[in-house]
Design a protein around this ligand. Structure first.
Ligand SMILES: C[S@@+](CC[C@H](N)C(=O)[O-])C[C@H]1O[C@@H](n2cnc3c(N)ncnc32)[C@H](O)[C@@H]1O
Length: 305
């Protein structure tokens, strides 16, 4: 098995320390070799590599040039720099490095590889940061008890992602499915855009619909009877001030330690009521909530508990 490693920096050192005995490396490769050996192995140029028989070239630098090899023989470890998976396949890596190493690598890459995209669950490429943040948050939720909920489900796009990422958790779906509270002044275009939804259609798009409980109607009335429930994850996406405030009041005291509330549109210039609702809630409580603003398209605020 002829293994080569591109790069002689931190990435290559880390690989040799953690996963690959340098004795197994035929040579390190550099675009312009500045030394003859690295970790006791020869350093060769890309031109010299072209004359070798290569089973696998492991790229440990993010600034990699083109290589004179079929793509399936190149394994990129520094994918995260490019925010996408650059590997044509992992087959050569599996036989060269073993399943345990490649499984670990793929788990790490899953953060940037957009698996939900492939399943077509979340049809909003422009909202990539929010989805990937949800995915990362779900990785931290495992020991946290409690249900999930979304206030403001509409056609269930984000709810489907929550349901897919936490398939064993109960998911409460709060929405009128007929648009906003008529007592709240919604901008005309916004109101019209949210009239056509149905709870059945939402359930149909959920991969684990049996975990969902629909609470159709006006929140917070629709939360009656759930006072003893606690939550690990809540998406608050009601767009308007009074409903958002009602959501903050109702959910915040029921969040489990370690849980997260995602306040969507907190930084949305077209929906200033969301930010005002949070300010009113914080004024009521007499303190600011610890929170992390997200750089997604509409400025979600992540509130950890
Ligand atoms: C922006 S949409 C939600 C989008 C959804 N999260 C998604 O992934 O596409 C806002 C929704 O909040 C709902 N809503 C707002 N205030 C509400 C309230 N007080 N009770 C029930 N539903 C409400 C509206 O009916 C609307 O469907």
């Amino acid at each position: 098995m002829e293994l080569y490693v591109y790069g002689t920096g931190c990435g290559a050192g880390e690989l040799a320390r953690e996963a690959l005995d340098p004795a197994r490396i035929a040579a390190f490769v550099e675009a312009s070799p500045a030394r003859e050996t690295f970790l006791g192995r020869p350093v060769i140029s890309i031109e010299a590599l072209a004359a070798r028989t290569v089973d696998l070239l492991i790229v440990t630098s993010k600034d990699a040039p083109a290589f004179p090899l079929p793509p399936e023989k190149v394994l990129y470890l520094k994918n995260h720099m490019a925010l996408r998976d650059r590997n044509a396949s992992y087959d050569a890596a599996r036989s060269a490095l073993g399943d345990a190493f490649v499984d670990r690598l793929q788990r790490q890459e899953a953060l940037v590889r957009a698996p939900l995209w492939d399943e077509g669950l979340f049809d909003a490429p422009g909202d990539w940061v929010r989805l990937k943040t949800l995915e990362a948050i779900c990785r931290r939720l495992e020991p946290v008890p409690g249900a999930m909920a979304e206030l403001g489900v509409f056609r269930g796009e984000f709810a489907a992602a929550m349901n897919a990422l936490q398939p064993e958790r109960t998911l409460y779906l709060f929405d009128t499915f007929e648009g906003f509270d008529p007592n709240e002044a919604a901008p005309e275009g916004l109101a019209a855009a949210h009239e056509n939804a149905s709870a059945d259609a939402v359930l149909q798009r959920l991969p684990r619909a049996e975990k969902a409980i629909v609470r159709a109607g006006l929140f917070p009335e629709t939360a009656a009877g759930l006072e003893a429930e606690t939550f690990a994850l809540v998406s608050l996406d009601a767009d308007l001030e009074e409903s958002t405030l009602a959501g903050l009041r109702w959910f915040a005291s029921r969040m489990e330690p370690g849980g997260y509330l995602l306040l969507h549109d907190w930084n949305h210039p077209g929906l200033p009521g969301v930010r005002r609702a949070l300010e009113r809630y914080e004024a009521e409580r007499g303190r600011r909530l610890p929170a992390v603003p997200l750089c997604d398209i509409t400025g979600t605020l992540i509130i950890p508990f």
